[in-house]
Ligand binder design. Structure first.
Ligand SMILES: [Zn+2]
Length: 71
């Protein structure tokens, strides 16, 4: 009793068994094609350059030294 399944890539009848190491694909080629479709369909990630953090110059009030000198 053999199970026959159409190859996901080329729709060719694939007889499942020891003779079908690439099942559910009919061949390694179809298997790679399917894998390639996976990779090619991956979302494109644009190189987003994170600009340097803009460090606003903190307005540091120049406090005049209080005359605290003794003696
Ligand atoms: Zn195939």
């Amino acid at each position: 009793m053999a199970t026959v399944t159409p190859c996901p890539t080329c729709r060719r009848d694939v007889v499942w068994g020891e003779n079908a190491p690439f099942r559910p694909f009919c061949s390694d080629r179809c298997r790679l094609i399917d894998l390639g479709a996976w990779f090619s369909g991956e979302r494109a990630i644009p190189g987003r350059d994170q600009s340097a953090l803009d460090d606003p110059d903190d307005a540091g009030g120049d406090a005049p030294g209080t005359g605290r000198g003794r003696g």
